[in-house]
Design a protein around this ligand. Structure first.
Ligand SMILES: [Cu+2]
Length: 191
């Protein structure tokens, strides 16, 4: 429903409730006061190296984001990855989101076992750190859906990094982990 039709529905509901059929001014005042804040829904996918035809290079598609400061971001991640990657304990917890929580296939989660973590979306926005955990998808599903809501306090260009060592090399920190557009990228947050 767009804003105009939402307004129309609210207006007619308001008129019915109050028996109000005259000038629209009071109903308008009511609508204005209850107007919902803007939500920016941003969707990205995590594909495996097999899917992007670059073996050992899992990838966030997209890895470059745009948002507006002070507005709620609803980040939706569909991850096709069924493998876990080594991660420090501090990045197994959801941080900086509303209620320090996220939703995995609709289920509220605040922390994960390290063995269940495939990737993270860890945003370093000045003093504000946001850590969204992407768990391993189960064998029963094509992808797992993670949703998290947060807000950037200030405008700026912020880097994000996956903190689960899903790349190549001995440490797992080479390749995709070190390359913008794969397991790291930017959030451009406008005023
Ligand atoms: Cu990763």
């Amino acid at each position: 429903m767009n804003f105009k039709s939402a307004l129309a529905v609210t207006l007619s509901a308001g008129m019915l409730a109050t028996g109000f059929v005259g000038a629209a001014a009071p109903a308008f005042a009511q609508v204005k006061a209850h107007r919902a804040p803007a939500i920016q829904v941003i969707t990205t996918n995590v594909v495996t190296g097999k899917m992007d035809h670059k073996k050992g290079w899992p990838k966030f598609t997209t890895a470059m984001f745009h948002a507006k400061a002070g507005e709620t971001v609803k980040l939706v991640i569909h991850s096709y990855d069924d493998g876990s990657a080594p991660v420090l304990a501090s990045f197994t917890k959801v941080k900086g989101t509303f209620g320090n929580a996220e939703f995995v296939n609709g289920k509220k989660m605040t922390a994960f076992k390290a063995a269940d973590v495939a990737h993270t979306m860890t945003i370093m926005a000045g003093n504000q750190q946001i850590n969204v955990v992407v768990p391993v998808r189960s064998a029963k599903e094509k992808f797992v859906t993670v949703t998290a809501e947060f807000k950037f306090a200030k405008a700026g260009k912020y880097n994000w990094q996956c903190e689960a060592a899903c790349g190549s090399g001995k440490s797992g920190w080479m390749g995709a982990m070190m390359t913008n557009g794969w397991m790291r990228g930017t959030w451009n947050v406008a005023k």
